[in-house]
Design a protein around this ligand. Structure first.
Ligand SMILES: [Fe+2]
Length: 242
């Protein structure tokens, strides 16, 4: 009987091939100069679009399912596809985690495309988790204590966060970060992220126009106010603060 018609032999052969491929990837990942092909390596290490942490209409009416369909389904996905495309020609970067990749290429103008797409993947994944259909309101416990100590009171924090988000010129992000024991509000342009500044990110608001234009048109301040009052995920902030 030929191997083509023998299920048991076919399974054995396929299993051996799979084991061989995994061994090659493991060999390459140990930093060896072994013969793992870049194709195998890039497939093994491809970055993926993380799932949304809620249904696409869960943030409606502040952020509509239509906005999510473009923002997550088109923009966020495009950053993932773009990065995987760029890394095909940079196998030395293919084994790095997303965070390590961002930190490694930050400030390297020859890798600006890699940085922009990698950081935008990370920023967007962090943004989706910064929002919750059960969000908004006021935090409690350690997060509130740190906010009171750092900003004076919760209203002063909200004012600082809203001002950063409203005044970021052009595309970018507003962030609540921990810098040691002190909490700070910062804003970053384009794909820049506090991740490269040694600061611990707690929450973010995306203020690129694609985040709000379908729902709020040019009224960024209305989007920012609604997100702060109704969607900020304080449980996520508490988990990040640790
Ligand atoms: Fe965005």
């Amino acid at each position: 009987m030929s191997s083509e018609r023998d299920p048991s032999r076919r399974q054995i052969v396929q299993g051996a091939l799979a084991a061989s491929a995994l061994a090659a990837v493991a060999h390459a990942n140990r930093g060896s100069t072994g013969a793992a092909s870049p194709a195998i390596l890039s497939r093994a290490m491809a970055h993926e679009l993380p799932p949304l942490p809620y249904a696409d209409n869960a943030l409606d009416p502040i952020i509509s399912a239509k906005t999510i369909s473009f923002h997550y389904g088109k923009h966020h996905k495009a950053y993932v596809d773009n990065l995987n495309g760029l890394l095909k020609d940079l196998p030395e970067l293919g084994a790095l985690s997303l965070e390590d990749l961002i930190k490694k290429v930050a400030g390297d103008t020859s890798k600006a495309g890699v940085f922009n797409n990698a950081a935008q993947i990370w920023n967007h994944t962090f943004y989706w988790k910064s929002l919750s259909p059960k969000g908004g309101g006021k935090p409690t416990g350690k997060v509130l204590d740190r906010i009171n100590a750092s900003f004076g009171d919760f209203d002063k924090f909200k004012e600082a966060f809203a001002t950063a988000a409203k005044t970021q010129f052009g595309s970018g992000w507003a962030w609540l970060v921990a810098n040691g024991d002190k909490l700070e509000v910062v804003k970053t342009p384009n794909a820049e992220t506090p991740l490269t500044q040694g600061k611990k990110c707690l929450l973010t608001i995306d203020v690129w126009e694609h985040a709000y234009y379908l729902d709020f048109q040019n009224k960024r301040p209305d989007y920012v106010t609604a997100v702060i009052e109704k969607l900020l995920n304080w449980e996520f902030a508490a988990a990040n603060l640790g």
